[in-house]
Design a binder for this molecule. Structure first.
Ligand SMILES: [Zn+2]
Length: 458
């Protein structure tokens, strides 16, 4: 690590923490319409910060939703270009009464900074900004070319960045992208997320008779669509957890060897950790695959809710005419959500019991992504994490989706490095979100070191 950069980070640590605190005071909740001005203020804060660091080009880009902030500093010919993504919007804060200190009054307790956005994502963006400032001020400039794109809709629709990236792929061209918006699996185990699953979210409607019926008058001959829906669902995914859609089974790419070894051995006993976290006696799912593979690289099919018939208190003997179920699938990277929708519709036709009509509607879809652990940029991230933590990072696949990561990966055709520094109990979406100050302090060095390691030797 460059000594001058390291010294600058150390000397200015308190100032970086103060800067983060002032950013966290802005309640930039993108989902709340009445916070629109605050979201914009948080964008303006980032814009000013990037200008202060010395970025020669900084813009706030208006969109149909919340603004994007874009900056670039491209004075290192022959060096790689890194596109850094982050977001300045935050989750809502309900239930407010469960916060020990108000969500927009950042407070330090027990070595953690508590505030909405502390770790997701303002705190992690601040690490990157600190590292960039240190290079700019203490080392005479950035070691590589840098583009930064910050959005304000990550916790809302994300539509603006989607449209912008698609229409400005040339401007955003880069060799790799860095995103610090994920968590490590434990404070001693740095992690690189090398895969994200895609998503297909549908609603299945089952139709029986043309109107609701009385079970006394029609029971025994009337179709019951709630029952048919349950049969259909259990045929799509049986008791063994296996999804019975042959086209899907054939489309799942084979696992990458280094990942497969980690899944098979599970040296950190993450499967057991998950079991305890859920408070259950055993993990369910496909017995032929270890828990970590099921979690990151296998498809899922989940029912989120079933609606139909009578659910109020009391006894009403209706046989409903209609029933619906919300059914989603997490898809291994490489499985196209559009293809999946076609296969699911075909399977629903096949498995629907006789005497019923089923219809499948798509509500949402998104692609996954996978980056090879052998990618040269991943190797640089591995080296930086190993230097910072003294152990090799773990390659993980995240079950959830990070739309911007898949978007940049797909549209720009570049590896996306998901190098995040949150800790498992930072409670991103719940009250008392926090960021460990030890992580904040250490990982501005990690990112600074990573930037230096990206520089190609002449
Ligand atoms: Zn985030």
């Amino acid at each position: 690590m460059n000594n001058a950069v390291a010294a600058y980070l150390k000397d200015n640590h308190d100032r970086f923490l103060e800067a983060l605190t002032s950013w966290l005071r802005i309640p930039s909740i993108s989902m709340c319409e009445e916070r629109t001005d605050d979201v914009r203020r948080a964008a303006a804060w980032a814009q000013q910060k990037l200008a202060d660091i010395g970025f020669p080009l900084v813009e706030m880009i208006d969109t149909d939703g919340h603004p994007l902030v874009y900056a670039e500093w491209l004075d290192r010919p022959g060096q790689p270009t890194l596109l850094i993504y982050g977001h300045y919007d935050v989750q809502p804060v309900d239930p407010l009464e469960e916060w020990q200190s108000p969500p927009f009054e950042p407070t330090v307790r027990n070595g953690n900074l508590y505030a909405r956005g502390a770790v997701d994502d303002k705190g992690q963006v601040m690490l990157v900004l600190a590292a960039l400032e240190a290079w700019a001020r203490a080392a005479g400039g950035l070691p590589v070319n840098v583009k930064i794109l910050l959005e304000g809709e990550e916790e809302a629709s994300g539509e603006s960045i989607d449209a912008y990236v698609r229409s400005h792929a040339g401007r955003l061209r880069a060799d790799a992208s860095l995103i610090c918006d994920t968590s490590m699996i434990g404070e001693k185990h740095p992690s690189l997320i090398v895969g994200l699953r895609g998503l297909l979210y549908t609603e299945i409607t089952m139709q029986g008779a043309r109107r609701d019926l009385h079970s006394g008058s029609f029971g025994g001959v009337a179709p019951n669509p709630i029952h048919a829906l349950c049969l259909l669902i259990s045929r799509l995914k049986g008791e063994d957890g296996v999804i019975r859609i042959p086209e899907l089974a054939a489309a799942i790419p084979p696992p990458i060897e280094v990942e497969k070894r980690f899944w098979d051995t599970d040296p950190l006993e993450l499967g057991d950790l998950l079991r305890r976290e859920m408070g259950v006696d055993m993990l369910v799912g496909e017995a032929a695959f270890p828990p970590l593979e099921r979690l990151g690289a296998r498809p899922t099919l989940e029912v989120h809710g079933i609606r139909g018939g009578f659910t109020d208190s009391g006894a009403k003997t209706v046989i409903p005419a209609l029933a619906t179920a919300k059914v989603s699938m997490r898809l291994p990277a490489g499985v196209d959500p559009d293809d999946m929708f076609g296969w699911l519709k075909k399977a629903v036709r096949h498995y629907t019991p006789n005497g019923y009509r089923a219809e499948v509607n798509e509500l949402a879809a998104g692609e996954g992504m996978v980056v090879s652990p052998d990618d040269p940029f991943i190797r640089v991230a591995v080296a930086a994490l190993q230097a910072a933590y003294g152990v090799e990072p773990v390659f993980m696949r995240e079950g959830g989706s990070l739309p911007a990561a898949a978007l940049l990966n797909r549209v720009l055709q570049i590896p996306v490095l998901l190098m995040g520094f949150g800790l498992p109990d930072d409670v991103l979406y719940a009250p008392n979100e926090r960021f460990s100050l030890a992580q904040f302090e250490r990982d501005m060095f990690t990112v600074g070191d990573f930037l230096g390691r990206l520089r190609r030797q002449a």
